[in-house]
Design a protein around this ligand. Structure first.
Ligand SMILES: [Zn+2]
Length: 373
């Protein structure tokens, strides 16, 4: 099975609104405390200058760490992962270009006009209202800030010599579009990678085609905070859903998503609301008692259940692709060159294994292999 699927674009495009409230105290503000638990090896490279030039030799990359030496996932990286699911869940605009580069060429896919990137700060889709937008010099910095996630004690790291991270092949129109013969075929939707509970695909040989990385092992946990400022209630609900998703799904964070890395579960452990009117009167004041345990569960459920139970194409696709199943068989891999040669026009749905595939424990995989959307 191909390592990715597409979340369909649903309906007639995002509802766009201005972000500002008439009254500065109208929106909700506060802080969400989160815990991220690694389910497969997770790796974010330490920042190095000029790394692009060294691609020809085998590289050994270190994990990103904070000033005390603990593994860290930068807030920007987390924000990207959260924004991607928020965009898909809310049918927001498409922030990625629809002209895709590969191997020094580009290929264009059509995007319905309504889904093109927001251009006007006075009319933003739900994701841009939360996380901001940048389009041809117009900037809105967003009302949500995601802090760095730092590993808590008990984590372990290990070196993995990874499988070759093959570059995506967006020229394979039969995967990326349902109308591949059109002059500018329409994109199928938003691309997300399936989880691979078996963890990273590896390769014994070390050369310029692959890398060795120091990754954080499954079972480690990180903590981080998300601050939100002056959101509409609906914006807070969407943000919370972007963090917790469904009970049986995980996010993908960091490098190596196509080869099984970066699966992580995010949970909200506390939510502290900020009363802006109180804060205005008393500097440093205004923080309410944090919500935890049952009060937190109730608060979350009132806000995210609408998404969790949603029947729209986009929510169904997202749930299917991001589902984490510890016992899922090892069927995630790119078809090889030979397959592409023999099946030049097979759509994405055709690149599936025998449905009677075996589990690791030898039994047959009972749940049907989910169909592609
Ligand atoms: Zn937008």
């Amino acid at each position: 099975m191909n390592p990715y699927g597409f979340v369909r674009l649903s309906g007639g495009g995002p509802v766009r609104e201005a972000v500002r409230f008439h009254d500065r105290f109208e929106g909700v503000s506060g802080r969400i405390s989160c815990k991220l638990t690694t389910r497969t090896a997770l790796f974010v490279p330490k920042y190095r200058e000029g790394s692009a030039d060294r691609a020809r030799m085998h590289e050994t990359l270190e994990m990103c760490r904070d000033h005390t030496g603990r593994p860290m996932v930068p807030g920007t990286s987390l924000k990207g992962a959260i924004r991607a699911v928020v965009e898909a869940a809310s049918n927001s605009c498409f922030t990625l270009p629809n002209r895709l580069a590969y191997e020094r060429q580009t290929v264009s896919y059509g995007l319905p006009r309504e889904f093109q990137s927001c251009e006007d700060v006075g009319a933003l889709c739900a994701a841009c209202r939360l996380f901001g937008m940048l389009n041809r010099g117009k900037v809105f910095s967003g009302n949500v800030s995601v802090q760095d996630a730092v590993a808590q004690s008990g984590y372990q790291t290990r070196q993995f010599t990874l499988a070759v991270l093959s570059t995506p092949k967006p020229r394979h129109r039969y995967f990326y579009s349902t109308k591949p013969e059109d002059p500018i075929p329409q994109i199928r939707g938003r691309k997300f990678y399936y989880h691979r509970p078996q963890g990273p695909r590896m390769r014994a040989q070390k050369d310029g085609q692959n890398k060795t990385v120091e990754a954080v092992l499954p079972g480690a946990f990180f903590t981080f905070e998300v601050e939100y400022n002056n959101l509409a209630e609906a914006g807070l609900s969407l943000l919370l859903f972007g963090l917790v998703l469904w009970d049986d799904t995980c996010h993908k964070v960091g490098m190596g998503k196509p080869i099984g890395m970066g699966s992580a579960k995010i949970e909200v452990t506390a939510l502290t609301a900020l009363d802006r009117q109180l804060r205005y009167r008393q500097w440093g004041g205004g923080w309410r008692e944090p919500l935890t345990d049952k009060a937190l569960t109730d608060f979350l459920s009132a806000r995210v259940d609408g998404y969790r139970n949603g029947m729209t194409d986009n929510l169904q696709d997202l749930h299917r692709i991001l589902r984490w199943d510890e016992n899922a068989p090892d069927v995630i891999n790119y078809p090889d060159q030979q397959w592409f040669k023999s099946n030049p026009k097979t759509p994405l749905e055709g690149a599936q294994p025998d449905p009677r595939v075996r589990c690791r424990d030898g039994g047959l995989y009972e749940r049907p292999i989910p169909a592609f959307g």
